[in-house]
Design a protein around this ligand. Structure first.
Ligand code: GLY
Length: 555
């Protein structure tokens, strides 16, 4: 079996890349060519999709440190070839000393950036526990083999891509101001494409995880290093938080949409519920007869998005702490009633759906990878530090970034988080609670068979990115690569505007939509989707998003 490697050299005009890698047996699509290769090699050596997912998660923690991680968390959705479904929640948790007003001053005002930058922004990391649990349930290759590629990359060095070099350079000032012991590689003045990076401390941490599993991270030397870092930076994670962290197997959320079955992550992610709500809200409209560029199509999706994100702000949170009304939110009647006041003639302002004002900052720092193995098992994994390089804090002596996931809580009712998302009680901070996520790792079935594996980074924009890429294939007959390359748009209820990538909506259509009451704002990238589409009789096609260094690799 020849191992093929397919690398997008960079982002041309959105929509330029029209054909993805096609393979017969197995594929990984991830945010970095070296991580995709690590996952594909596992399957070449006889490993399954979960073995490959674990190898990719650890490799991304080295080569893609802005979002790949061992100091963050994520979700893994699995469909085995026999049709059985599983979802693993390894989302971070609030430390036990966290409390509802921890990011507010004594007047109740939110303190600038406290939930975003520095030690107090970090939730208790879940990624290592998640990988251990996934391995216990499904792993087949030796555990050490799954981590070794990451150790080798960190120890022997790996070449930076142009994008990764720019990220390190652009964040240098914040790395220096936020860290108590800034690692050498974050201090270097100018990185360029092709420069080799070595991460010796991270390699040693990964070796402890390789040799001791879960306790190589949550106990012993790594735990001590995390707690020392917390003490130096006034953070609140303690040994007990680390020892008590546990990831959880949860029921995936599933629903039928036309001839498809959607399988995704339930709470504490809003992603699966929101994706299903969006699809159900537009189910009674013949989107496949609409023009992809038409005002009717854009308007329909935007109006559904406003209603779904309004629900998200009030009803979604960690179901272990808040009674999320999942059944009602996914009820056909409820969703069709939510669209009862929809009209093709005019926009309904977000203020008349609910109240609040937000500002949106852009960030795509989370990362998604999709995997199908030679037996037809599939893993859809989204993992995150939240913002780019998370809290921008590296654990001194341990070499990995800590997340700033605490900002995904509603730190004050109605106060927008870094993605402009607002929330309330359902997502208020409580000790031990998981913060609400938008991550939408999804697997789609058609005629009871595996059809698509898909997901994206992009904070609040994850859900709408996955939604549109799915429709691009099912309603507009694009192939997988065309679907992920095509430009996108996004509305999230608050603020009341349509964010649009260049080239997505023709000027004349925009004018008509403005006349109907819509407001536009041109934006950089919306999401960065990595997906696999099964092609009956031929194998599978990868869709690696040209918005990043995303790469499909397989055989
Ligand atoms: N941190 C982004 C998300 O979980 O939605």
């Amino acid at each position: 079996m020849a191992l093929l490697l397919f690398i997008f050299p960079g982002c041309g005009k959105l929509g330029d890349q029209t054909t993805g890698l096609i393979t017969g047996e197995a594929m990984v699509v991830s945010a970095h060519p070296l991580a995709s290769a690590a996952g594909a090699n596992m399957m070449k050596n006889g490993g399954n999709a979960v073995d490959a997912a674990i190898a990719v998660q650890f490799a991304l923690a080295v080569v893609y440190p802005s979002a790949g991680n061992i100091g963050g968390g994520g979700f893994m959705v699995i469909r085995q070839s026999d049709g059985s479904l599983h979802s693993l929640d390894y989302r971070e948790k609030a430390p036990m000393q966290a409390h509802r007003k921890m990011y507010q001053n004594k007047n109740g005002d939110v303190i600038n950036d406290l939930s975003i930058l520095g030690h107090l922004a970090a939730g208790v990391p879940g990624s290592v526990d998640g990988m251990v649990r996934a391995y216990e349930q499904f792993g087949t290759l030796p555990w050490r083999d799954l981590i070794q590629p990451a150790i080798d990359l960190a120890e022997k060095g790996f070449p930076l891509t142009e994008r990764e070099a720019s990220k390190l350079n652009d964040n240098r000032a914040e790395f220096i101001s936020t860290n108590t012991v800034t690692p050498r590689f974050l201090l270097d003045e100018r990185w360029a494409a092709g420069d080799l990076v070595y991460m010796k401390n991270l390699a040693n941490t990964l070796k402890r995880i390789r040799d001791h599993g879960r306790s190589g991270f949550y106990e012993g030397e790594t735990a001590d290093l995390i707690i020392s870092e917390m003490k130096r930076g006034n953070g609140i994670i303690n040994h007990d938080d680390l020892r008590r962290y546990e990831s959880k197997w949860r029921e995936p959320v599933t629903a039928n949409y036309r001839k498809l079955r959607i399988i995704s992550m339930g709470p504490p992610s809003s992603g699966g519920i929101a994706l299903i709500q969006l699809l159900k809200m537009i189910e009674n409209y013949e989107v496949d007869t609409m023009d992809w560029k038409s005002e009717n199509y854009v308007h329909l999706l935007v109006e559904a998005e406003k209603r779904v994100y309004a629900d998200r702000a009030v009803w979604l949170g960690d179901a272990d702490y808040f009674p999320v009304p999942v059944e009602q939110l996914l009820d056909d009647g409820y969703l069709h009633r939510r669209m009862a006041d929809f009209s093709f003639n005019h926009a309904i302002s977000s203020d008349s759906i609910s109240e609040g004002n937000t500002q949106l900052e852009e960030s795509v720092e989370t990362t998604h990878f999709s995997i199908v193995d030679p037996w037809g098992n599939a893993a859809s994994v989204t993992t995150t530090l939240n913002g780019s390089f998370g809290a921008k804090v590296v654990v001194g002596g341990a070499g990995f970034f800590l997340n700033n996931e605490m900002d995904d809580f509603s730190i004050k009712s109605g106060f927008p988080n870094m993605f402009g998302l607002v929330g309330s009680d359902a997502n208020a901070i409580e000790p031990g609670k998981r913060m609400l996520s938008s991550m939408t790792p999804a697997i789609i079935e058609k005629n009871d068979s595996l059809y698509m594996v898909i997901g994206s980074p992009g904070g609040s924009r994850i859900i709408t990115s996955v939604f549109q890429c799915l429709l691009n294939v099912t309603a507009f007959k694009m192939n997988m690569q065309e679907s992920v390359s095509a430009p996108r748009f996004h509305h999230q209820w608050k603020p009341d505007r349509i964010y649009v990538e260049p080239g997505r909506i023709p000027e004349i259509t925009k004018q008509h939509l403005v006349e109907m009451g819509h407001i536009f704002e041109e934006t950089g990238s919306i999401g960065s989707v990595n997906a696999i589409l099964m092609i009956p009789g031929k194998g599978m096609e990868g869709g690696a998003d040209p918005r990043g260094d995303n790469t499909a690799s397989g055989f």
